[in-house]
Design a protein. Sequence first.
Length: 629
Amino acid sequence: MSRSSKIVCKFFLLLLFLCLACFSAFAEEIKELSVWSPNTEDTEFLYATEGDEQESVQVRVSRIASTKLWDPMLPDVFGGNKIKLRDKESDTVAKLNSSPNLFKAAEPVRWTENISHSADDKKKSYHYSLHSYILKNNPKLCIILFFSGDGNGLEQFYLVRREVPFSAGEDFFLYPNVYYPNDCTINNWKSDIEDWNALSEYERYFCMLSAPLVANHPQKMFSVNPEPLVGNTESKTYSQAVLERDWSCSSRADLLELIDGFRNESGFSPMYEGFLKLLAKYPKKTPDDISAMECLTIHDTACLFYVKQMEKKLGEHGMLAWDNGRILGVMRWGIAAGWLSEQEAMQYARPLIDELLDSYASWEDYLAHYTIGRGLFALSRRHDIQEYEHDELLNSLNYARSYETVDTKHQLSFHGTKFPAKNQKGNPVLTYNDAWYKPAADAKAWEEVYFLSTKVINSISQNDERKMLSFCAKKSNIPCAASLAVILREAKGLGSRELIRYYDSANPAFDKVVPEKRDYNTGSKIYTTFYTVYFYRSLAINDFDRMYKALQKLDDENTIDESMCISYSLYYYTKMKTEKDRAKIDVYEKKIIGFFSRILADGRPIGENELKQIYAWLEENLKGVLSKF
């Protein structure tokens, strides 16, 4: 070998050594990335996903911490450029494009989720961009930058490693990959879109219209059967466990019964229609007024406020989107549980799908109506309405992005999906902004007291107790509030003599209750419970006037209800025990015999021995009342 050849060889060996050393140092730097915020747990993540050789990746994520207002420096993988979280997209991209250490993997993917306001009316733009770059000196690494147009700028930064080198223009960069560090999965848009494009038109509608429900679960969105995406729960599929836990379905028969009667029995439409009837019955009355006259519960009063405010947005279709959308999701779970074939499920689903397509103008219109339905659901289940609405929109809009340029091969969007809307009935077409419920102060107060009233009364804090008592004092003319005030006092363990004055104070609130709500068997539970306990409190202190007043509020002496007959018998038995006038004692005895004859209902007379047994039984019950009250 010539001298010059040896020099060239040594030069290339030295160059190779330097390259390997630099690569080793760089790889070590990547491996040993410092934690960018040692004071918080929600700014940096490291996780891996398993798949084939091409898709198995390790991801390190840096994102803006919700609890911090500083700008941590990103790792120096940008060739010395000082780039920070919150930097503007235009400035950052200009630096990256000019970097000799990076080359652009693909054109950026840009989209918006089309929410212009949040629940608290603070403007949010929700415009997003993803920029991807490959590291020249180590093409097994790429960086993905996530920009948000709502003022955050560079919001998240991903450092992705895999065994196979990345190349520009490959599918990994053409799909809008979105990373979820919390559940350690990467949303595989490539697989999702391939599944979606393989579906028939109605299968797509089946998946799309049930997406708001299924999106709340870690399952497949774009196949009619949402399993498997997670492992079995013991011997059950995930879907079967959900059906049993949330829908009381443990068999095919249960599921078919639920599907058959959902709209008329198990859905929210009947409850919603009931509230509409009350509002129509009293067109000029406030929910407070209606609650007073109809003796509504605190829950129903809070719901009435919600329905009154949202009924114009829901229009004639009411809870259709909420009910149909949910039962479609249940059907998909039924497929996964093995209780329905896909063909069977489609037969049940098609008329519900047609009803939704004919009733709403677009995906956005449908989702807004569905979200309003979830607001009523949240309230009925003691959940924060705005939180539930926000979560619903956030989950569902992940599949409803509006891209700058829609490439159906690489991008999937429900946005702008047009429905036939043949039976819209002139209802307004809603936007996402229309879904927000912003309760007035009075409605908010009812919500708060409802949530507090469902707690164990003995466990509430003194501050919460004061809030509830203050509310009850302001609403003392409404039966449910007046009754709650008494319950709060009873929780303190006061005796009947002390409590009876609180019953006296609450009594006027029940005077204006409409007659049909006073019936012991079919009336308001609040009404009958209040006067039943009022009776027994009065019985415990031998206050005959209050006892009889309570009984008269409940029913008259012609009642055939067993509970009422026993109450009247206890009343007359107590009076008989303290009476010295023999003629009156005979009257009371005849009353007792009459009430027990109605209970026995066999037409035979009650003999002396049986009467003694009745007296012994009444005496035992009276002792029980005295010990309890």
